[in-house]
Design a protein around this ligand. Structure first.
Ligand code: GCU
Length: 429
């Protein structure tokens, strides 16, 4: 290793060590325990999967069941009422090159309701229907742009007092490369994730979870869904709405989630096949990173810091990752043969870039059942050297964030795969 690289690594480790000083966090590759990943293609009855059909009929449902019952919780089968109301429709957005549309979603059950606002930008220059990126924002729709016509997201006031700096317009606009997305011919649909489940354990009462039959504010069943499950569910409701929009090509829907929303995007992608491309940006622990490496954030740390994200039965694996019946390469494989893209950031050690990469690598066997292109080597690629087969990956310089560099790669990936029209699942009926 070159001296400068060693120095950078030491500095990074010190920075992380001080940020998470109170926790016992491993950032040393030599301390990663030897581990054996749970087998992707071995069914519960011991049979090995050899065809895509067998994967879909036998093994895939087994893994879906395990992720639901042991990690993210079960998405309820029942329905609640959902209505949509177009609030604004502005053909002069982004200096006239896009139409912005804001839509109120009302989720209700009897007298109880919650509200969300979806913000769309649709390119005005269109030849036919356009592909779309769906993704949650963290700090309200107003944070993604300085456009003063954009309304505040309804649940934002529950998490941040009005007047807090996060109320400022455009405070996360750097994460939303709207101009570039529109220039490249894509629409974008974003919503504040707090509108679906305000991200604090004590705010569950204001989440969509509280609307479902069987919800009990005083008791959570071990396999009951929580925030990540709800966010995943909400992104499928965004697609339900997009299906009513004549400008949108519903065969070309990509979901992009950053960090905690990367975790939710992967779970959404596993459950809803209408997501044809699933992108996890720096999703880390409980997202793309392999739990068994215990590098950076671990099951125990995440369950303690965010007790409302995963189902309660997941807590039994605190400090016992080796007993988990699944690991995250299997979550990525559940997206096959649709496309999955995992992105890491060099300084984001908390999210374990190597663990994110290896999960993408180890998802390969399922993609190969479909004859698709997987990651050829378990050596991580150099910085800024994207892998763009049917499983995509890149690692960029810098911190935990969504940068223009990331969006460029996602647009390239979507251009390549949407044009191939190879993003649907064969039918084995
Ligand atoms: C915390 C958390 C991560 C999460 C991140 C985020 O750092 O520990 O698991 O991904 O927040 O969502 O930004």
């Amino acid at each position: 290793m070159k001296k400068t690289k060693i120095l950078t690594t030491v500095i990074l480790c010190l920075v992380f060590a001080s940020t998470h000083a109170q926790q016992n966090v491993n950032y040393d590759e030599s301390q990663v325990p030897a581990y054996i990943l749970p087998e992707l293609l071995k069914c519960r009855n011991g049979e090995m999967v050899t065809t895509a059909e067998q994967w879909e009929k036998q093994r895939r449902p087994e893994l879906m069941e395990l992720f639901a019952s042991k990690m993210y919780g079960r998405t309820p089968a029942g329905d609640i009422d959902i209505s949509y109301e177009i609030l604004t429709d502005n053909p002069d957005a982004l200096s006239g090159k896009a139409t912005s549309r804001q839509v109120k979603f009302t989720f209700s059950n009897g007298n109880k309701k919650t509200e969300a606002i979806l913000l769309m930008y649709i390119p005005n220059m269109r030849k036919g229907k356009v592909p779309v990126f769906v993704g949650y924002n963290f700090k309200g729709n107003h944070s993604t742009t300085t456009d003063t016509t954009i309304l505040h997201s309804p649940a934002f006031r529950l998490v941040k007092e009005p007047g807090h700096p996060d109320w400022e317009r455009g405070n996360q606009a750097n994460r939303w490369s709207y101009d570039m997305i529109i220039d490249r011919g894509y629409a974008v649909a974003t919503m504040c994730y707090h509108d679906i489940f305000p991200d604090k354990p004590e705010l569950k009462e204001y989440s969509v979870v509280s609307l479902f039959p069987g919800y009990d504010p005083d008791k959570t069943a071990p396999e009951e869904w929580q925030a990540i499950g709800a966010w995943a569910w909400g992104s499928s409701r965004i697609i339900d709405f997009l299906e009513t929009q004549e400008e949108i090509d519903t065969n070309k829907i990509a979901i992009m989630g950053h960090s905690r929303q990367g975790k939710a995007a992967l779970w959404a992608g596993a459950q809803d096949e209408r997501f044809r491309i699933v992108i996890s940006n720096n999703s880390g622990c409980g997202g793309a990173a392999l739990f068994r490496r215990k590098f950076g954030e671990t099951a125990e740390i995440i369950n303690k810091a965010f007790p409302h994200w995963f189902c309660e039965s997941f807590r039994q694996y605190n400090n016992k990752e080796e007993l988990l019946p699944v690991d995250q390469h299997q979550l990525l494989a559940l997206i096959a043969p649709r496309k999955v893209y995992v992105a890491s950031a060099e300084e984001d050690l908390w999210a374990d870039p190597r663990g994110e990469f290896l999960a993408a690598y180890h998802a390969g066997p399922v993609y190969r059942l479909y004859g698709l292109e997987t990651i050829g080597s378990d050596e991580m690629p150099a910085l800024h050297t994207p892998i763009t087969g049917d499983i995509g990956y890149h690692i960029r310089a810098g911190k935990h964030d969504v940068k223009e560099y990331d969006w460029k790669r996602y647009l390239d990936f979507a251009d390549a795969h949407f044009s191939k029209n190879s993003v649907t699942r064969p039918s084995f009926k």
